[in-house]
Design a protein around this ligand. Structure first.
Ligand code: 9PG
Length: 493
């Protein structure tokens, strides 16, 4: 660590420190930054944890090119932290680890804010994303399992977070209808979803006038309150998708109030990501006018009766750039989330495209991987581990199961249907098992696309999740024993 510019060699602090690291409980060091020498072999496994929900996350290898989006700057801007992304070396956020044989070294932060950890053949270097004067660092040495257990224990003690809510089974419109939804289509899904035992019906992207114009488009001419009433009448919580921290350049708020957005220093809003065939701006959640606008948007949706919010693309509030108040960007992000919480006090808040570390304690659930799709992989997206597909979604989500104590983990929808899908029934079943492992069952399959056996299966899975008694025991890095009531006698996934 460095203190007043002086480097402190922790190895010289005596055998006691080394002993603490070695006993598997770990050791804490307060410092602005850390640099450690390691003697792991050049081909050792390396754990890369990405910055936001969609960011590349995997156990990888030190002697290979870094695990990240390689060839697409627009996607780097959206799915990684563009300000710190690098092709030059292995970079992780919040926590990293090395593993050779049975030996594992974990270096992580006990912080509400993101940290940047670089690993090369000789060293691990750790620093805060935004230059806090001091971070509490955590080091553990032992087996991989001991290291993660110790880190989770320390993080729990440090952040004092416990889960408050448990996600109930959710039907979501995205992975079947995408933007083609209308009030007729949503209306026709309500009764079947209730009959299959879903407890939340979430209307995803496609209802709004435009991203930034958070009122219904012509396909929802009866208004959104009407659907909320119909969903509630069937005993489900009405859910809605909204991306409150972004707006398209031609949205009303961006045209009238460019000053509400993160800018380049001269007041010109900057592009903080790219989707729907265009770039978009990021809300400056420290700007009083922007805050009032945000409160208005969330209160309106809450007022219509929505009690489950899928808050999407929210990393945008933490994008590097200039703001009204000169506060660290992840502090601005947290202020934005706190405001949403006030405006929707008893709603379930799911964050997607969420920055992981600063979301802990504020969100009920977090999407822990990129989008899934009704196919396994898309080879046109070569070297983009953040692109849609079951493979990418499962890989990233299962590498984040250790976050389970802090927040609900949404691995994205499971698929049961065989209609309108390239997936085999075997892969479908893996997506359901991933839902059990992560604890959140989300599905977009319309009842009318399913066989009666598939309907029956979803009904039993929904009952299992509604009861909340699924027992999951992790027995390996990617191996879980799944038991508990109702799971057809359990099994190993
Ligand atoms: C609606 C969708 C669905 C989906 C969300 C989100 O990295 N990206 O460029 C990227 C783009 C879109 C995206 C995810 C990542 O999809 O995850 O569930 O709600 O928006 O438009």
């Amino acid at each position: 660590g460095t203190e007043n510019g002086q480097a402190t060699n922790i190895a010289e602090q005596g055998p006691s420190l080394k002993g603490e690291i070695l006993d598997g409980e770990g050791v804490r060091i307060k410092a602005a930054s850390l640099q450690l020498e390691h003697d792991f072999a050049p081909g050792s496994d390396f754990f890369r944890h990405g910055w936001n929900s969609w960011s590349a996350t995997n156990w990888w290898h030190l002697n290979r090119e870094p695990w990240r989006v390689w060839n697409n700057p627009a996607r780097t801007n959206t799915a990684e932290d563009a300000a710190t992304d690098t092709a030059l070396g292995h970079r992780s956020y919040m926590v990293t680890a090395l593993r050779e044989g049975e030996a594992c070294l974990l270096v992580g932060a006990l912080s509400r804010y993101s940290t940047v950890l670089d690993v090369d053949a000789q060293t691990v270097s750790a620093r805060p994303l935004e230059g806090e004067a001091e971070v509490e660092w955590f080091l553990a040495f032992g087996t991989e399992r001991e290291c993660w257990q110790a880190y989770v224990r320390a993080l729990r003690q440090c952040l004092q977070i416990s889960k408050k809510r448990r996600a109930e089974p959710i039907w979501n419109s995205w992975y079947s209808w995408f933007e083609e939804i209308s009030e007729e289509i949503i209306g026709s899904e309500i009764r079947p979803a209730a009959r299959l035992g879903y407890k939340v019906l979430e209307i995803d992207d496609g209802w709004e006038d435009a991203v930034g114009n958070w009122w219904p488009n012509a396909k929802f001419s009866s208004g959104m309150a009407d659907l909320a009433v119909k969903i509630s009448a069937q005993g489900m919580a009405p859910g809605i998708w909204v991306a409150p921290f972004i707006a398209m350049a031609d949205s009303e708020v961006a045209r009238k109030h460019p000053e509400y957005f993160i800018h380049d220093g001269s007041g010109v809003p900057i592009e903080v990501g790219y989707n729907w065939g265009q770039g978009y701006f990021g809300l400056d959640t420290t700007h009083p006018g922007a805050r009032q606008w945000l409160r208005g948007v969330i209160s309106r949706l809450y007022g219509w009766g929505y009690r489950y919010f899928k808050l999407d693309f929210i990393y945008a509030a933490a994008y590097a750039g200039r703001r009204y108040k000169d506060v660290p960007r992840e502090q601005a992000y947290r202020q934005g989330l706190q405001l949403i919480r006030q405006a929707a006090p008893d709603a379930y808040l799911l964050g997607s495209g969420a920055v992981i570390a600063p979301s802990l304690g504020l969100l009920d659930g977090i999407r822990v991987g990129p989008d899934t799709a009704p196919y396994w992989d898309n080879t046109e997206r070569h070297k983009d581990p953040t692109g849609p597909g079951v493979r990418n979604a499962l890989r990233t989500s299962l590498n984040r199961v250790w976050l389970k104590d802090f927040v609900d983990l949404d691995p994205d929808v499971a698929l049961v249907r065989t209609h309108g899908s390239l997936l085999s029934p075997e892969v479908n079943e893996v997506t359901v098992q991933a839902a059990r492992v992560c604890g959140v069952f989300n599905c977009s399959d319309p009842a009318s696309w399913l066989t009666s056996e598939q309907c029956e299966y979803i009904r039993s899975v929904n009952a299992e999740f509604a009861e909340g008694k699924i027992e999951v025991e992790q027995i390996g890095r990617y191996t879980f024993r799944i038991g508990g009531a109702g799971n057809n006698g359990g099994g190993v996934a």
